[in-house]
Design a protein. Structure first.
Lengths: 248, 249
């Protein structure tokens, strides 16, 4: 660590680098404006997450439906998940954000904010459904057998026995994906939606100083670090509980 | 023997190429307590899971209370509500209190009001010495207590037939008795039971009939005196000798 600090601060371009990224006057001056823009990011990830959590759960449940009757539904769910996990998020945002309004259909919203939420939701629902699915599969089949043996239907067994256990187990990875979503809201700036990163770019273009990026970075980190610590705490708590359960 | 409680005729079940049940014929009357004995892998558990429709059979039929439950289009949930099963590994729901474990199925599968289901659960928990555990989570209970809760959970559905799948095999030796006592009490109360067990002493005490399973067939059945006292089949004798040698009889 010390070596890195020494190498970086002794580098020939260090003075220029410092002047470009660490101008405290610009930092203070631009902070309120970029904070304002950051609320757009907050709105984006909150709105998207509220849709993603239930939609992904639904998708995971659809993929777990048994029997040949539900094959078409399972197949559709798999195609969707494969497609949107495979595509780079920025491509989805570009295609929907520029493509859909360009159709010129009056009943299709032309707000790029709207399509940004749709894109992020589509991509992250695919990811998050995999997390839920792993959770569902981690609940031992004997739990389902016990529930079904009592006369509960497949749906009831899922709802009252499997899902409560599955969701509890995947809360840490869910929060992890939520952090990923928060950061990916910066991609929406490419559509011209003025969020924190886009605002920083605008400011940079005016002064040719990069400190604004540091402001945006600060804001993202300020919100993800507490969430990361909270996730760690949850994992540690679960581990303690499991050990207590085993010892009892 | 009319088989008015349970009748199995020519039941076959395979897992892939492995034929686990090769033609099971078995009948139980109301209030019968039938013990299934036999080596591990002889098909005892599979037989019970077939009766509960947790496994689909390939041939034969199973008739419960006069109704063929293996015909097409049977509502399996309705059938299962009438048949309780208790598993070797308890399979309690770890995220629910004892009370919720017991009342879940009556409330959701029988649509009984919570107050009514709770009252019935409390009555059963009291009867089996678990009243003080009603708000505990399964993790906090001993194996014997967990298995008694699992029995109570099955009884709360008021089944007409109770299936017990080696319910003491996962227990520490000193916890076996409390679970067997519960089953004895149920037998005394007239509960119709089909019990897979390795506890030969218990089978001799409690069973009205003992069936010896060997390689997916019922090789021999009779009263406990007949099976344990003078088995006709060489295989049965060999099996019982091994059990005696292991100090389990």
């Amino acid at each position: 660590m010390t070596t890195i600090v020494v190498v970086v601060t002794r580098s020939p371009g260090w003075e220029a680098f410092k002047a470009y990224f660490f101008n405290w006057d610009y930092y203070r001056e631009s902070f309120p404006e970029i904070l304002d823009a950051f609320w757009v990011n907050v709105k984006l990830f909150c709105l998207a997450e509220v849709i993603i959590l239930p939609a992904a759960l639904l998708l995971a449940v659809l993929r777990s439906l048994p029997g040949p009757v539900f094959f078409p539904i399972r197949a559709l769910a798999i195609v969707y998940a494969d497609l949107f996990r495979g595509m780079p998020t920025i491509l989805v945002i570009f295609m929907l954000g520029f493509g859909m309004p360009a159709l010129g259909l009056s009943w299709i919203p032309d707000s790029q904010f709207f399509w940004a939420v749709v894109s992020l939701t589509l991509v992250y629902t695919a990811y998050v459904s995999e997390v839920y699915r792993a959770g569902i599969e981690s609940v031992h089949s004997s739990q389902t057998a016990a529930a079904r043996s009592l006369g509960l239907s497949h749906g009831q067994a899922l709802r009252f026995v499997v899902l409560p256990q599955a969701v509890r187990r995947v809360i840490p990875p869910l929060l992890n994906d939520f952090i990923g979503l928060q950061k990916d809201t910066a991609l929406v700036g490419t559509l011209g939606v003025v969020e924190a990163f886009r605002q920083a770019q605008i400011d940079q273009a005016a002064t040719f100083n990069g400190t604004y990026y540091l402001v945006a970075a600060t804001l993202f980190v300020a919100i993800t670090i507490p969430l990361a610590r909270f996730t760690d705490w949850l994992v540690a708590r679960d581990r303690r509980r499991q050990q207590a359960g085993r010892l009892a | 023997m009319t088989g008015d409680a349970l009748l199995m005729e020519g039941v076959h079940k395979s897992f892939g190429k492995l034929e686990v049940l090769r033609g099971i014929d078995l009948s139980l009357d109301e209030h019968d307590v039938v013990c299934l004995i036999g080596a591990s892998g002889s098909g005892k558990s599979t037989l019970l899971r077939c009766v509960n429709l947790l496994e689909q059979i390939e041939a034969g039929r199973i008739v419960i209370g006069g109704e063929d439950v293996t015909r097409r289009g049977v509502d399996v949930n309705r059938v299962r509500r009438e048949i309780g099963i208790v598993f070797q590994a308890f399979n309690l729901f770890p995220h629910m209190s004892v009370l919720d474990n017991v009342t879940l199925a009556p409330r959701k599968a029988r649509a009984r009001p919570r107050a009514e289901a709770t009252a019935e659960a409390d009555r059963l928990l009291l009867r089996f010495g678990l009243a003080d555990k009603r708000d505990e989570y399964p993790d906090r209970l001993s194996g014997g207590q967990q298995q008694r809760v699992a029995i109570v959970r099955a009884l709360a559905m008021q089944p007409r037939l109770l299936l017990l799948d080696e319910v003491t095999s996962a227990l520490d030796p000193e916890l076996v008795a409390e679970v067997l006592d519960v089953i004895r009490e149920l037998a005394g109360g007239g509960m119709t039971m089909l019990i897979a067990t390795h506890e030969m002493g218990f089978a001799r005490d409690v069973a009205s009939r003992v069936c010896f399973l060997h390689e997916g067939r019922i090789l021999e059945q009779g009263s406990p005196e007949e099976i344990f006292g003078s088995p006709r089949e060489e295989r049965t004798r060999q099996f019982l000798q091994r059990i005696v040698a292991a100090g389990r009889l």
